[in-house]
Ligand binder design. Structure first.
Ligand code: C5P
Length: 234
């Protein structure tokens, strides 16, 4: 089972295609986010799926329930494997999203996961700017419980929260964790970061790795190293 997802935060189709050339014969799980999706449109997802890659479509939806339901219906029609939304959109919105996926999918319903708090947000910023007068931990826990109540499959969270999420929501509630850095990498704009080894130890189910692979001198080597330490024994 390969649970290492590469965050393809690329400017356009050409950069993505050039990047994927290095992975011939392998089928990494790819995360397509806003940059590529808004630049290239849904066709980029269809193309990647036609090439046999699994796709996590990371659009982090957050709108009124009816709009999210219809948007999710279309996401499901693209045949993606994982999609997400912001838990801050309410339980009702999350339920509507799941319904939309069920309506739109032809085979298996894509996994639906919620963003609790972005890994780039610190507790201080959450308190001062978002006026959420709680600890980051309590907020993440509550949002995860809301997602579970809405029938979602899991959450996006920091690996540092994976254990707590599993304790709160059960072991089969999936944790998909970005904020991964190799010990030698810079943190960039991430605030809470973890190595793949530690993420595994903490119980992350999937790790999402962007710049530690895409900006590496040898992306394939970095990818294979991360797969080895994270997937081994799973
Ligand atoms: O380059 P890096 O490994 O930091 O990329 C992390 C990826 O995970 C980015 O695509 C970012 O949008 C995404 N992400 C995140 N924090 C979240 C949810 C998604 O960093 N809470």
């Amino acid at each position: 089972m390969n649970n290492v997802i590469i965050a393809c935060d690329f400017e356009n189709r050409k950069v993505l295609t050039d990047f994927l050339k290095q992975f011939e014969g392998k089928s990494p799980y790819l995360k397509i986010g806003m940059e590529l999706f808004y630049g290239e449109g849904p066709d980029i997802v269809r193309e990647i799926k036609d090439l046999g890659f699994k796709v996590f479509l990371d659009l982090k939806l957050h709108d009124i329930p009816n709009t999210v339901r219809k948007a999710m219906r279309n996401c499901a029609k693209l045949g993606v494997d994982i999609v997400n939304l912001h838990a801050a959109g309410t339980i009702e919105m999350m339920k509507a999203a799941k319904l939309g996926l069920e309506e739109g999918c032809e085979g298996e319903r894509p996994l639906l996961i919620a963003v609790t708090q972005l890994t780039s947000t610190s507790e201080e910023v959450m308190n001062k700017e978002l006026l959420i007068n709680e600890t980051l931990e309590n907020t993440v826990k509550k949002y995860a419980l809301n997602a579970k109540e809405a029938g979602l499959d899991g959450v996006v969270c920091s690996p540092l929260e994976a254990k707590m999420i599993h304790e709160t929501c059960g072991n089969d509630f999936i944790t998909v964790t970005p904020g991964i850095r190799l010990a030698s990498n810079s943190k960039d704009d991430q605030v809470r970061v973890t190595t793949p080894e530690l993420a595994k130890e903490l119980g992350s189910d999937f790790i999402v790795v962007g710049r530690s692979i895409t900006a590496s001198e040898n992306p394939l080597d970095s990818y294979e190293y991360i797969c080895e330490v994270f997937n081994n024994g799973k």
